[in-house]
Write a protein that binds this ligand. Structure first.
Ligand code: AP5
Ligand code: MG
Length: 217
């Protein structure tokens, strides 16, 4: 049966980094709700303005909107053989709706927690820089680009720093995670669908564990 890989983890845990590797090496599309809404926020509309404000504040976007976007995206042709959800579900309402979506689409849900203690997350988030062209994720402390603030693959392009990657916004995001998202770990654990990987190691070691889960080995 094809799989929906639900990548879970606190803000800055490494979901996006790992999702990009799975996409590249297993051909499953990465669906990052954070990326989708950051792209939407760039347009000029009242909805874009609202999304921009909610994201910049580190709060969660409404279930109704997020679910609509995920449903639409996962109904596209490239998701037929399964897909990776990076940053969804984040609330009980979203998790419930994902059960319906998975059943309708004929996929099984496999949840993977990239587990990193809170005290290691601040540097990961404040140090993150992203290439706006290819989405490559860097970190000024742990994975700096070869040349200052430009992408290795797109040297003409300055890396970007997210509006919510500041110390005070990370506190808000962690509090949202604790309150709204952490209960989902018990939810998936209770139905034997949760796999935990130690996210404090280097990227390749984490990926090696994830690859085994994705391929069912
Ligand atoms: P989203 O974009 O999903 O942000 P997040 O969950 O806070 O997670 P991040 O993207 O910050 O971290 P990540 O785990 O992807 O880590 P990364 O790989 O980049 O959501 C943002 C906002 O959008 C939300 O606050 C909300 O407003 C809205 N939103 C999104 N989804 C929603 C939903 N479902 N419902 C409601 N609202 C929603 O890595 C982080 C850094 O660490 C990088 O610099 C990286 O290089 C580095 N790093 C990665 N792995 C390692 C490693 N092993 N060792 C050292 N450094 C590492
Ligand atoms: Mg991310």
């Amino acid at each position: 049966m094809s799989k929906i890989i639900v990548l879970m983890g606190a803000p800055g845990a490494g979901k996006g980094t790992q999702a990009r590797l799975i996409q590249e090496r297993h051909g499953l599309p990465q669906i990052s709700t954070g990326d989708i809404f950051r792209a939407l926020a760039k347009s000029d509309s009242p909805l874009a303005q609202e999304v921009r404000e909610v994201q910049a504040a580190g709060k969660l976007i409404s279930d109704e909107l997020v679910i609509r976007v995920v449903r639409e995206r996962t109904e596209q042709e490239d998701c037929r053989g399964g897909y990776i959800l990076d940053g969804f579900p984040r609330t009980t309402g979203q998790a419930t709706m994902l059960e319906t979506i998975a059943a309708e689409q004929g996929h099984e849900i496999v949840a993977i927690l990239v587990d990193v203690p809170f005290d290691q997350l601040e540097k990961r988030a404040t140090g993150r820089r992203t290439c706006p062209v290819c989405g490559e994720i860097y970190n000024i402390y742990f994975k700096p680009p070869q040349n200052d603030n430009v992408c290795d693959l797109h040297p003409e392009t300055q890396l970007t720093h997210r509006a919510d990657d500041t110390s005070d916004k990370i506190k808000v995001r962690l509090a949202e995670y604790e309150k709204q998202t952490r209960p989902l770990l018990d939810y998936y654990q209770g139905s034997q669908r949760l796999h935990r990987v130690d996210g404090t190691r280097d990227t390749d070691a984490i990926y090696a564990d994830i690859a085994k889960i994705v391929t069912g080995q």
